[in-house]
Design a protein around this ligand. Structure first.
Ligand SMILES: [Zn+2]
Ligand SMILES: [Zn+2]
Length: 364
């Protein structure tokens, strides 16, 4: 159903899924006029996140069709509202998962609005004016300035796009565990899954001098993990002898796997008092045996993207250390193919849609 909110008068071209078949087709829709606190962004690139796949196929039963996915957005500011001081026309900016929050609760007031009870997302959310939010698989976005960050000059806009979700999602648990300070003592980090999130986690870990172990079901990823991404160690999780040999060796594990799995054997890899943070989002419950928790006083917790303050901090760190995502660029007419390949984990490591190429293609 098309939006009928009164000030939604700007016509935008985008790409949407219209039902749970998940097929993406061109879709023209309306966005709001640029308000006093808003910026308008001409979108250059948008990453394709696993969450997009779940939404287009309605895996979580919450999709409001038509859905225009995309929350790893980079682009250039083309308009600023009268209250906007942080941005000017032409600025290189990014928008991640968040579109609005209540602004009043303890989390909003403490720059942790990603944990606001009334958080609204960049797509498939309900904005303050009651309209459904549409994401970055589109040529233009109007965003409240509070949910926009600067992209450092030295980062390419295509490889920076996935940092807005994948990057900040792994950045925050590392920060929470004091592993992103210059003088922080080296720790032993484990990363389960070498995909969009995992490969950036390895880069952050190495940039800050930690010992990084990649844990994967695919022995074929060892060479890539060690020699190209710089991981120090690699464990094949299905190899019981390897898992046994590395018991009690890690301080922190980031679990980036989106498929259902059991945590028991991974928890054994943690030292006593170690923490495993779930950042992948399996749609089925995870098996969590109690013995590895009890015998090692271990902690399992979750982490949900990052606040806007943390997102800007992450971007600045990426600029400083030249951390970017490894991407495979695609075009709007190939989104279905990309989603299909993503569902088979057949991408190194993130698809990024070259949104501006749509105009070039249509001119052919
Ligand atoms: Zn995402
Ligand atoms: Zn709030």
């Amino acid at each position: 159903m098309a939006q009928t909110t009164p000030n939604h008068t700007q016509t935008v071209s985008g790409w949407a899924a219209h039902d749970s078949s998940g097929k993406i087709t061109p879709y023209t829709f309306k966005r709001r006029e640029n308000g006093i606190n808003d910026v308008t962004i001409d979108i250059l690139y948008c990453g394709i996140c696993h969450t997009d796949l779940h939404h287009v196929r309605n895996d979580w039963g919450i999709t409001m069709y038509p859905v225009v996915p995309g929350h790893e957005i980079t682009g250039l500011i083309s308009k600023v509202g009268s209250n906007v001081s942080k941005f000017k026309i032409g600025d290189r900016v990014g928008v991640g998962c968040l579109a609005a929050s209540c602004l009043e609760c303890e989390f909003c007031k403490d720059s942790q609005e990603n944990y606001c009870d009334q958080i609204q997302f960049t797509y498939n959310g309900i904005f303050w004016d009651g309209s459904i939010t549409y994401g970055g698989y589109s040529k233009m976005l109007v965003a409240d300035q509070r949910y926009v960050v600067h992209v450092p000059e030295n980062l390419p806009m295509d490889a920076a796009a996935p940092l807005l979700c994948a990057g900040v999602t792994v950045f925050c648990p590392l920060k929470d565990n004091n592993m992103l300070e210059l003088d922080s003592p080296p720790k032993k980090l484990g990363v389960i899954g070498l995909g969009g999130l995992g490969h950036v986690a390895v880069k952050f870990g190495k940039a800050f001098g930690h010992h990084v172990t990649v844990i994967s079901t695919s022995p074929s990823k060892e060479d890539e993990a060690k020699h190209r991404l710089g991981a120090d160690d690699f464990i094949v999780s299905t190899d019981l002898a390897q898992m046994q040999a590395k018991k009690r060796s890690l301080d922190l594990i980031l679990d980036t796997v989106a498929a259902k799995h059991s945590l028991g054997s991974y928890l054994e890899l943690l030292k006593v008092n170690g923490t495993l943070v779930i950042v992948g989002a399996p749609d089925k419950p995870i098996d969590l045996p109690s013995f590895p928790l009890i015998f090692g006083k271990r902690v399992v917790k979750g982490s949900m993207t990052g606040s806007m303050k943390e997102t800007q901090e992450m971007m600045d760190v990426c600029g400083k250390y030249n951390i970017k995502c490894d991407i495979e660029k695609t075009t709007p007419n190939k989104i279905n193919e990309a989603l299909d390949r993503l569902s088979k984990n057949d991408v190194k490591y993130r698809f990024v849609i070259d949104i501006a190429s749509a105009d070039k293609l249509s001119n052919l």
